[in-house]
Design a binder for this molecule. Sequence first.
Ligand code: ME8
Length: 691
Amino acid sequence: MKFYVTTPIYYVNDLPHIGHAYTSLAADVLARYYRMRGNHVMFLTGTDEHGQKVADAAAKRNLTSKEHADSMMENFHDLTLKLNLTNDGFIRTTDDEHKRIVQELMQRLWDKGEVERRSYSGWYCTPCERFWTEKDLQEGNCPECSRPVEQIEEDNYFFLMSKYAERLEQHIVDNPEFILPESRRNEVLGFLRSQPLQDLCISRPVKRLDWGVPLPFDKDYVTYVWFDALINYYSGAQYLAPEIFRLVARNLDENEDGGESLQLEGARNPSDVHGESHQLKGARGPWPADVHLIGKDILTTHAVYWITMLMALELPLPKMIFAHGWWTIAGAKMSKSLGNVVDPSKVVDKYGNDAFRFFLFREVPFGLDGDFSEEALVGRINTDLANDFGNLASRTLKMAENYFEGKVPSPGMALTDAEHDLKAVAEGLPHKVEDKLRVLKFQKAIEDIWRLLTRANKYLDDQAPWKLAKDPEQAERLATVMYNTLEALRILALHLHPIMPDATQKLWQALGLEGDLDTLDLFTNAVWGGLKPGTELNKLDNLFPRIDTKKKKDKKIKQEKKKVQPNNLDNIEKKKDDGLINIKDFAKVELKTAKVLEAERVEGSEKLIKLQVDSGEAGQPEQTRQIVAGIGKAYTPEELVGKIVVVVANLKPAKLMGVESQGMLLAATGDDGEPVILSPEKETAPGLRIK
Ligand code: ME8
């Protein structure tokens, strides 16, 4: 099977921002996923370098258009490296090979009578590079950018797009997944049904704009930038296709006279694509695209111009066009003038590539608009990645190290419902994820994967290996529990790899597994029980260190404290001589429930354990604090994670053995003199006030 995914090629008139990163990352997730499903994959991205906008941007910098494009494309190319994209090619519309193919296709359209020369007068918007009719205009201005338009009369070349209107509409009706999401499909159908489709002007006279691909049949004109740009999807599939596609094509050539075909699975024969025959060299390569990923801003150019053009060229049509939603900042469009453009490189430098990728696809359903904020990103990192994922990995591996000398234990034969349950969730996962990713429901796929993650965390909490470890008779049960949790982690690493390639590869190695996850087959590897007992496990650094949101808040609190009047009675300590305190005094002590997120021993101390606890108000963003407690002789760090405890939340921070404690954990002293932690009688949320 093959899978070909594209991103828009980005204009080199500006710098990349998180919107560009979003589309490219979505393509990368798909490319990685389909590679892991055994497909020959092609993933293409690149830059759109011709046209008026680029020529204008170059003129502003006193550079030639090519000099400008050469320097600006670097920013987009660098971003592919920063985001760890696995694109197979990076196409530039100034590549000689691309220009040659544009000319080849334009000549074909001309020869087939799909293009006509006409005298034309109309309203032209220079920044949008589009002609408008009188009735399109809004208050005399361009309906797209609201800028003034000018009346232009000239001869131009027109693609006879109108004659494909019916066929296009029928194709969209017959193929419900051709344009996704459905709202965008309806938008295109609405557009086609509301007005007759016009022919499209596809040339610009050189005297007005010379920065473009010359028309092969008239040297006084260049190709309209959108026509040149859209062809990248086809031209790139010819000259930038990974070697494997060329091998397939070569093998087919050698076997043309009826010898046994060496055709790889899914590689296409020129005559069996959509039942149409076409002669272009390399047609047995990745074409047609399986998914064109675009933003909702460029839907018409793709769903209407590009598709009718392919129809006219008699080339196979792409399988799907997916137009995703828009990222805004505090509800506003990103723009230089507002100064709110978010540079994806900076986000990656600060929070890591995996966290950025995860956030983009977890936070907002692909297809809908979303608002980007650092606060929301940090929330996801601390909750989903540090608490749920990182924690499961680190506590499981730590326990395996402590209880089984860092080796995968051999599970016992006796399995309980808990194991059957965990296994069933894991076994259902590959097909669930496949169903979601087929229609690009990234968020839903992540939710499915998280179901296994949550189940594994619960399994660990319920089975409490730290308790089993204390009882030699439970040795077999302990091995079973640890084996199953490690196995769940292995399945999680496989499924999360396309979304978080770095963290999952680290986890894979920590599980003692070999190979590059990118090259492994997902379905064969995701069979439950793949982990071999006896495998040496490796150390794992914290996959997603928690981001301290407290420092910022402390600063705020300090500033507010300064405002408190010194003669405020509430701030004056009153001495009591009877040893009793009144209710007001008690009310000053802020007691809260808190959830233990992480726990580890303070180095060099038998007694002290350092805890990260969430003491946030219920329903509010998480508030984490570090508490050092002298409970190390009675409790192991592993058994503390997940527990709801009671803390004094407004105690002045103090240092214990050099480690800061921001509060106190409440514990009673048991009969044996050892501490017994206080917990609410029923399972409660963290952050509840105790009064
Ligand atoms: O339109 N949110 O290039 P372009 C989400 N060269 N995605 C966004 C976004 C945002 N705020 N802003 C941009 C062009 N994008 C043409 C394309 S293709 C043959 C030619 C993404 O640099 C989204 O994918 O303006 C959008 O479609 C694309 O960047 C536009 O990039």
